[in-house]
Design a protein around this ligand. Sequence first.
Ligand code: CP
Ligand code: NVA
Length: 304
Amino acid sequence: MSVRHFLTLRDLSVAELHDVIDLSIKMKAAHYAGRDEQVMAGKVLAMIFEKASTRTRVSFEAGMAQLGGHAIFLSPNDTQLGRGEPVEDSARVISRMVDVVMIRTFGHDQIVRFAENSKVPVINGLTDDYHPCQLLADIQTFIEHRGSIKGKTVAWVGDGNNVCQSWINAAMLFDFRLNIACPKGYEPSSALLAEAGDRVRLTHSPAEAVKGAHLVTTDVYASMGQEQEEEVRLKHFSDYQVNHGLLSHAADDVIFLHCLPAHRDEEVSASLLEDDAISKVWDEAENRLHVQKALMVFLMRESQ
Ligand code: CP
Ligand code: NVA
């Protein structure tokens, strides 16, 4: 059996994605009941972080501990990766010592090259192009609050960034409509949009994108690595704030999600972020823990 990786959502079939989310919901209940199964006893996760993180690091590290395993935090400052050791060599060495690897890095090609040389599953913890673990948590959160997402309408308002591109993949796999509203010049990959076909619509009007939406989501204007663009992006995105006014165009039972960290009163109003009737961002963040535990169990089982 070949090694299974999770570099984008599309590495899993639709049925497998649903299996992971179903398992996550079961593991969440077991965790709440104080009955985490020690299925990772003796197993080690290596976590390579070339960018900052709160949620991704804490959820993977806590998740491994809860399942009886161990996680090692590796940063370029302390490893030979940061001193120029080729990613292929690092992959060959690290994957002989651990059971699963999570990587957060810049270029998506880096994680692809790592996975090509890894004997164990590699999980994308965010690249410049995709953030698939976030989408597993987001879909679980919608299912828990509103039921199946199939056939629903989701609106993405903001930058056509890594999280947006994972939403495009999700629209294809989970079969919902995705309306994307972004300023001109901040569109997601045109090749990806072409693949998604008419399931994904692009507009420059937030109100149009949000019309009838069951889920509205956004992200920061400037992602990690784009800090020098912050000022100019603030201007270009000034009409793209998600707030109660914008959501008046959405479905009555709309929920709001944000991968976090959020910049209050920039991409989302503080009052919407704190409106627990609509904003499910804290459940969403927590679900990173549960769904990544399920994902690791799935990938390791399927790679044996
Ligand atoms: N949403 C998310 O991935 O958060 P962190 O950057 O804190 O990991
Ligand atoms: N788009 C953001 C997501 C952070 C979780 C970034 O890449 O910085």
